[in-house]
Design a binder for this molecule. Structure first.
Ligand SMILES: [Zn+2]
Ligand SMILES: [Zn+2]
Length: 101
């Protein structure tokens, strides 16, 4: 893990769960989901912040599977990559609020 990827993952984790934010619910804890095609190579820059429930729980990505999850929460493009769109949106908001964008 490079210094840049460690810093990026810390920043992404600080944004809070992208699904909870849009559902208006309070996230409880944070985990990073690596977005990748099938068993393709994972990048520490392609990560999305999810609470444990929305990550591994019954209503979560790994709990109900990619297709059902993307459909249930209406991810942009109805694809796992929509998680990266939401992460970028929330990152932009956070950076704007800090005057860093
Ligand atoms: Zn959540
Ligand atoms: Zn995951």
């Amino acid at each position: 893990m490079s210094r840049a990827s460690a810093a990026w993952m810390g920043f992404v984790a600080s944004l809070g769960c992208v699904v909870c934010r849009r559902a208006g619910t309070q996230p409880n804890g944070i985990e990073l989901h690596h977005v990748a095609e099938g068993s393709g190579k994972r990048s520490d820059f392609a990560v999305a912040p999810l609470c444990p429930e929305h990550h591994r729980g019954a209503s979560g990505f790994h709990g109900q599977g990619s297709r059902a999850f993307c459909s249930a929460y209406r991810l942009p493009g109805e694809s796992e990559y929509g998680l990266l769109v939401w992460t970028a949106e929330d990152a932009a908001r956070a950076l704007l609020a800090r005057g860093a964008l």
